[in-house]
Design a protein around this ligand. Structure first.
Ligand SMILES: C[S@@+](CC[C@H](N)C(=O)[O-])C[C@H]1O[C@@H](n2cnc3c(N)ncnc32)[C@H](O)[C@@H]1O
Length: 246
C-alpha cells in the first residue's frame, strides 16, 4: 500500500471507502454516548471521522501517514489528529476504538487485535470495519497475486475470538460498483493507494485488464464487488461500559 504518497488523490478515488465509512458510522453512533471519547485508527482523510464529529463525538483521529494526517486535519478540524502506527504501537486507551478500511492491511491480525484490545478501558468497545473476501474477487480472478492476504468472514471472527474479544454484532455489506473500463478500476486502485509496491509485470497487468473487460463488462460498465465486514466487540471478560452504558 502507498497511502502516504497517494494521500492527495485518495479522496477522488475512494468512493466505496466513503460508502462503507458512512455505514460504519451508523453502527458506532448506535452505541456511543454523545459525550464519549473515541480513538480512531487509520483515519485517513477523515471519511469516518467527519460523521463522528458531526454527531458531537470527541474524536482522536490517528493515522500512520504524515500526509493523511495533514489532509485529515484540514478536512475535519473538529477532531484531534495524531500520527500513530496502529500495527506497531499500542493505541491510546479509549472506551470506544474504531476504524474503517484499516485492519485488512494487518499482516498479523491476531497480534494486532490483541494489542488493540489491551488499549480498551474497562467495559470499552471496539467497532472495526474492513474489506473481507470476496471483496474485489473479479480482480483477483484475473491477477496472479495481490498486495494483501485476504481473510473471509469466518476467519475474521476467529481472529477476534482468539484475541479474547466477545463479538456483540457482526455484519457484512456488499456493493456492486461500476467503472467505465477495467483501466479506470486499476487507476482508481492505484490513486487511492491500495496497490502497494509493483507486484505485476507490465505484461501481466495488460493481460489482466483485457481479461477483466471480457469477463466482467456489463451494460453499466465493468463490475467490481466490494464486500466489507463490520465487527463490534468488547473484551470477553468485560462488564457493561460505564461510558457507552451498553
Ligand atoms: C483505505 S484507507 C482508509 C482511510 C479512512 N479510514 C477511510 O475510510 O477513508 C487506510 C488508511 O490506513 C492508514 N494506515 C495504513 N497502515 C497503517 C498503520 N499501520 N497504522 C495506522 N494507519 C495505517 C493509511 O495511511 C490510510 O490512511
Amino acid at each position: 500500500m502507498r497511502f502516504d504518497s497517494k494521500a492527495r488523490t485518495y479522496d477522488q478515488h475512494a468512493g466505496p471507502q466513503r460508502t462503507f465509512a458512512a455505514k460504519t458510522a451508523e453502527v458506532i453512533l448506535g452505541i456511543a454516548r454523545r459525550d464519549a471519547g473515541v480513538v480512531e485508527l487509520g483515519a485517513g482523510t477523515g471519511a469516518l471521522t467527519r460523521h463522528l464529529c458531526g454527531a458531537g463525538l470527541c474524536v482522536l483521529a490517528t493515522d500512520a501517514s504524515p500526509d493523511m494526517v495533514v489532509l485529515g486535519k484540514t478536512s475535519e478540524p473538529r477532531a484531534n489528529w495524531q500520527m500513530l502506527d496502529a500495527f506497531a504501537e499500542i493505541p491510546p486507551s479509549a472506551a470506544l476504538q474504531v476504524s474503517s478500511g484499516l485492519l485488512q492491511w494487518a499482516a498479523e491480525p491476531l497480534q494486532v487485535l490483541q494489542r488493540w484490545s489491551s488499549a480498551l478501558t474497562a467495559g470499552g468497545k471496539m467497532v472495526h470495519a474492513f474489506p473481507c473476501r470476496p471483496c474485489l474477487h473479479e480482480w483477483y480472478s484475473v491477477v496472479p497475486r495481490g498486495p494483501l492476504t485476504w481473510h473471509d468472514r469466518e476467519e475474521w471472527l476467529g481472529f477476534f475470538h482468539k484475541a479474547g474479544l466477545r463479538v456483540d454484532r457482526e455484519q457484512v455489506w456488499s456493493s456492486e460498483v461500476y467503472y467505465p473500463t477495467a483501466l479506470d478500476l486499476v487507476r482508481s486502485m492505484h490513486h487511492s493507494g491500495v496497490t502497494g509496491p509493483r507486484l505485476l509485470t507490465a505484461g501481466e497487468l495488460r493481460r489482466a485488464i483485457r481479461q477483466y473487460e471480457v469477463q466482467y463488462r456489463q451494460t453499466a460498465g465493468v463490475a467490481a464487488t466490494w464486500v466489507w465486514q463490520c465487527i463490534e466487540a468488547r473484551l470477553a471478560t468485560s462488564e457493561l461500559s460505564p461510558l457507552t452504558g451498553k
